[in-house]
Design a protein around this ligand. Structure first.
Ligand SMILES: Nc1ncnc2c1ncn2[C@@H]1O[C@H](COP(=O)(O)OP(=O)(O)OP(=O)(O)O)[C@@H](O)[C@H]1O
Ligand SMILES: [Mg+2]
Length: 182
């Protein structure tokens, strides 16, 4: 049976050696709800997000996304649950060897069978909403400014309109006007 909440986090605890980072965190978010987490540097924001994204296994606790416990489930169910999620990492984490349009449509081409033409068209429609020039589609991440890389990472996260979006510092490094518009 599916839970009412889209995201249910219970007693989430993470330690690295004796260093306790997260201690019994509980979070409950329903559809269309947003949550901003603010805390000083090193307080565990990115660690929490990495747990929610399924890339860091907590020491204790459960994380349910749309009813699927991504900590304690098999790989197939976990991957299916995570397909419904878009993420940006604090450092952007674009794929260096892929062009901008290949980065933006990574999920579409790998998992949803988009061909090159459809993927490029999709990438174009997304970047225009983020005030990025269409000429950057064929560039590689190293050819972009830091702020442009950040916006391409956002474009990749929102490309397939996932049900859940996790952003780790999406506007840091952007000028105030661009940050506000995004
Ligand atoms: N893989 C790891 N191994 C050991 N310690 C880690 C690891 N990842 C994070 N930490 C530690 O966990 C703590 C929280 O780190 P985290 O990256 O979540 O901070 P943050 O709140 O995102 O900070 P910032 O605002 O600077 O991004 C820090 O003390 C960090 O050193
Ligand atoms: Mg961080």
């Amino acid at each position: 049976m599916k839970t009412k909440n889209l995201i249910d986090v219970k007693n989430l605890s993470v330690s690295f050696g004796n260093n306790i980072i997260l201690n019994k965190i509980n979070l409950h978010l329903s559809k269309k709800e947003s949550l901003v987490i603010i805390g000083k540097s090193g307080s565990g924001k990115s660690v929490l997000l990495k747990c929610l994204m399924g890339i860091l296994k907590p020491n204790l606790g459960s994380i349910k996304i749309d009813g699927v416990d991504i900590v304690n489930t098999n790989r197939t169910d976990k991957e299916n649950a995570l397909k419904n999620i878009g993420v940006t990492f604090q450092n952007g984490a674009l794929f260096d060897s892929l062009t901008v349009w290949e980065n933006i449509t990574f999920k579409e081409t790998r998992f949803f069978g988009f061909d090159k033409k459809a993927a490029k068209e999709k990438a174009l429609s997304i970047i225009q909403n983020l005030e990025l020039d269409k000429n950057i589609l064929e560039l590689y991440p190293s050819e972009l400014s830091g702020g442009m890389q950040k916006r391409v990472a956002i474009a990749r996260a929102i490309c397939d309109q996932p049900q859940v979006l996790f952003f780790d510092e999406p506007t840091s490094g952007l000028d105030p006007i661009t940050g506000k518009n995004n």
